[in-house]
Design a protein around this ligand. Structure first.
Ligand code: PEP
Ligand code: MN
Length: 284
């Protein structure tokens, strides 16, 4: 890949991105929460539930990029205030999406991490603006974008002086209609061998189907993801956005337990079965 002066792996050590006590690139970081912040009650209930289930960060949309202008657009500032209350209540750092260059600096006063969504991945003005911010950035892959285009977008952010970028594979558009998007699992190891930045997976938007979220979360862990972002709602039937893909807290808790167990198993498999470990055993 050409012209990736700052994000290419070369011989660089893997970057660890810290957001509060979460360390992307070190631990399996699990981000969870509602698609949109709807009410104080809904958000606090989701935050408490995901914290109890073992999440490391809280997600929640204040500004929503919706296909229809008539769909719920998010509560804006009110949502950010609710997210700050949820952080106060649970200690979980917050990630929320920023849609507009004009909002980057004031949203940064509330959020611990800024999300650039799939629809804005190549909004170069927005990338430059978050690149000037002091907040870590979660950069989702555009649904029509190649891995190289995605990494070039990370390059824009680093080029403005912000080194803290986490990449997120969230599914791409293909001819398949059974799933909402096609979660491109190969993008996880591909991005990790091409760049030193952490890479996480979004099996929620990547499948759009509750029944597929657990297997694709586990598959992401097996593929080497540095984290997961999952939508959880205390009452999915009433969610104002993405209700068909919102997990109940109990479903989320099971996924967290299985993924953490699989992650430990993967670490020991890699440690004990790599060619170096196998030949060391043979000679001892
Ligand atoms: C989201 O995470 O709320 C979202 C809108 O995701 P994406 O940009 O991946 O569609
Ligand atoms: Mn959503």
């Amino acid at each position: 890949m050409t012209n990736l002066k700052l994000v290419s792996r070369n011989d660089r050590p893997s970057t660890i991105v810290h957001v509060g006590s979460a360390a992307f690139g070190e631990d399996l970081v699990i981000i969870a929460g509602p698609c949109s912040v709807e009410t104080e009650k809904q958000t606090i209930a989701a935050a408490v539930a995901v914290k109890e289930a073992g999440a490391n960060m809280l997600r929640g949309g204040a500004f929503k990029p919706r296909t229809s202008p008539y769909a719920f657009q998010g509560l804006g500032l009110k949502a950010l205030k609710i997210l700050a209350m949820a952080r106060q209540e649970t200690g979980l750092p917050i990630v929320t999406e920023v849609l507009d260059t004009r909002d980057v600096s004031w949203i940064s006063e509330y959020a611990d991490m800024l999300q650039v969504g799939a629809r804005n991945m190549q909004n170069f003005s927005l990338l430059k603006e978050v690149g000037k911010s002091k907040r870590p950035v979660l950069l989702k892959r555009g649904m029509f974008s190649t891995i190289e285009e995605w990494l070039n977008c990370a390059e824009y952010i680093l080029n403005e002086g912000n080194p803290d970028v986490v990449l997120c594979e969230r599914g791409i558009r293909t001819f398949e209609t059974y799933t909402r998007n096609t979660l491109d699992l190969s993008a996880i190891p591909a991005a990790k061998e091409s760049t030193h930045l952490p890479v996480i997976s979004d099996p929620t938007h990547g499948t759009g189907r509750i029944s597929l979220i657990e297997p694709m979360s586990l598959a992401s862990v097996a593929a080497g993801t540095d984290g997961l972002i999952l939508e959880v709602h205390p009452n999915p039937k009433e969610a104002l956005s993405d209700k068909d893909q919102a997990l109940l807290p109990d479903q989320f808790e099971t996924i967290v337990r299985k993924c953490r167990a699989l992650r430990s198993a993967c670490i020991s498999i890699h440690a004990n079965m790599s060619p170096a470990a196998t030949s060391a055993k043979a000679t001892s």
